[in-house]
Design a binder for this molecule. Structure first.
Ligand SMILES: [Zn+2]
Length: 157
């Protein structure tokens, strides 16, 4: 390392001085040309910024879901009309065994079967299901680069 003033090789550690506002590393002969830099370590100051993230709520549309007691409704609607399971099967062009299984809640009918049942009875067997997810406000304790502010202190002379 060379002295920034006289250009001589600096033996041992150099001196950091301030000459007209700029920092220089000089030899011990030249250190008197400027003001010796105070040995204050650079301070890293963590400024905790309030993170103002808006609450994010996401609504997930799960679509139409078959009502829980669909089989009861189907049986009730069918009996209300005085139809046998065979009658209903014929009306919606499905097998009797399918109607029986649906009414016994053994199976969950296919969407097209549900649609046909809804149409033939003029009822709704599905309900809109939505799941609302609310994202909790996250407090991030890990500072990002922007959170670290380096403050250089200069000696006032
Ligand atoms: Zn020098």
């Amino acid at each position: 390392m060379e002295c920034e003033i006289c250009g001589r090789e600096i033996r041992g550690r150099g001196f950091k001085i301030i000459v007209e506002g700029s920092e220089m590393t000089v030899c011990e002969h030249c250190k008197d040309y400027g003001v010796e830099k105070p040995n204050v370590p650079q301070k890293k100051v963590l400024i905790s910024r309030p993170i103002s993230k808006p609450k994010v709520s996401t609504t997930i549309d799960l679509g139409d879901e078959l009502v829980e007691n669909f089989h009861i409704i189907i049986r009730r609607e069918r009996e209300k009309r005085g139809w046998s399971q065979e009658d209903l099967a014929k009306r919606i062009k499905e097998k009797v065994s399918l109607i029986r299984k649906i009414e016994n809640a053994e199976i969950t009918p296919e969407p097209e079967v549900i649609e046909k049942l809804e149409r033939v009875f003029d009822i709704k067997l599905r309900e809109r299901v939505e799941e609302v997810k609310v994202e909790k406000k996250r407090i991030d304790l890990t500072p990002t680069l922007g959170d670290i502010v380096v403050i250089k202190r200069k000696k006032k002379s």
